[in-house]
Design a protein around this ligand. Sequence first.
Ligand code: SF4
Length: 504
Amino acid sequence: MTTIKENDLIDSIADSLQFIAYYHPKDCVQAMAQAYDKEQSNTAKDAIAQILINSRMCAEDRRPICQDTGIVNAFIKVGMDVRWESVRGLDEMVNEGVRRAYLYPGNVLRPSIVSDPIGKRRNTGDNTPAVIYTELIPGDKVRVFITAKGAGSENKAKLAMLNPNDSLVNWVLSTVPKMGAGWCPPGILSIAVGGTAEKAMCMAKEALMEPLNIQKLIKHGAKTALDELRLELYEKVNQLGIGAQGLGGLTTVLDVKVSEYATHTASLPIAMIPNCAATRHINFTLDGSGPAQLELPSLSDWPDITWQPNKSSRHVNLDKVSQTDIEQWQTGEKLLLSGHLLTGRDAVHKCIADAFSRGEKLPENLNFTNRFIYYVGPVSPINGEVVGPAGPTTSTRMDKFTEMMLAKTGLLGMIGKAERSLTAVNAIQKYRSVYLVAVGGSAYLVSKAIKSAKVVAFEELGMEAIREFYVENMPVTVAVNSYGTSIHETGPMKWRQNITGIPL
Ligand code: SF4
């Protein structure tokens, strides 16, 4: 019988969540570096370079890889010979660890969890509660698998109850393109087959934390039918040409996981969950000897790559840019933005729409005329930072407000990540606006371009408040030009055609 003290679990959870906020797993860095080496699309290669440079900077400075520091998922496997020295229940201990991690003053993480999700959606302030799964296993140890899952990738989770004779491969290949780029590829696809609806989803989530080993599998060859399926899906998904950030390129997935479980003779449940460029997970074992000791990575684990945006980018002064200027910008063109821009995301757009529907005007100090809005909810700053990591959030959620913003506020353009819906693209074309993308998963790198930040409206919305940023050389790519041409359409289409004959 082993005794585990409550603080050993709480401290281990807190340390793990801080650790994964700034250290990418080594296998993920290596897989990303391989994707960088073989990428032939300049736009996608540029995005992967930013992800890798961001990753190394975060490891050096111990700041979050992404502004979305995730919803905590914990899989806890408790040995049946374990005794707890605690007055708290297991969930309570895990949540205390989450609380301490997210409120740790040396590296405050962004709390993103809201209670009352179909009502007031109030931020709980400390990123609790976690989503916790518990299993009893033989032995006298506690094994913990923990991940901080970003919403961009979590929102793309899919479940289908197929018929037993349906093709799983066809379902995956027709579903992945519909997931768009909001999951910030390149990342990992986890596919679980069998069980029941909820069993398949849980298996898919847990398998996302397995080591990345598809390159070894390619080298040594498949030994089982599941291995063969992984290889087939890896090759065929990458042949879709979606590429980094959905901009078109050779690598959409770094690995594909497939797990299975027995199921009913009339059923074929299939769950698919992607993990993004900001893959964050770790596991540890408690054996009664104290909290987990986490092995620090070496900076030599990161590839030595350079990224020189100045060479090929158009410099844009945001304080002088006009509609005539933006009409010159080509889809796929790289820009370096300098000057002032406003921020805002989901809650702000709803507040603005509600104000207009009540016949009210915007606050006097809030003027969008001829300005750009950046969809972002930054991490709080520490130690003299202007702002914490501040990467783009998924723009698709703002699509239903785009026409309203362009028609009623004088907004010139938008900055975010991932594709826009047809409705939003039509509005961009109608108002001769433009949509730019920054790289999801490079939040700390982006924050270095932000030289000042102040809240200008809706302060009560916390990280979602409207801020004015002054930026210098903020790197973005033109995703939808003023004529409605979208790189998320043209990029993957071009690379799907190019890819034939290129070994993946
Ligand atoms: S990389 Fe993208 S999907 Fe992942 S946490 Fe960051 S913004 Fe969300």
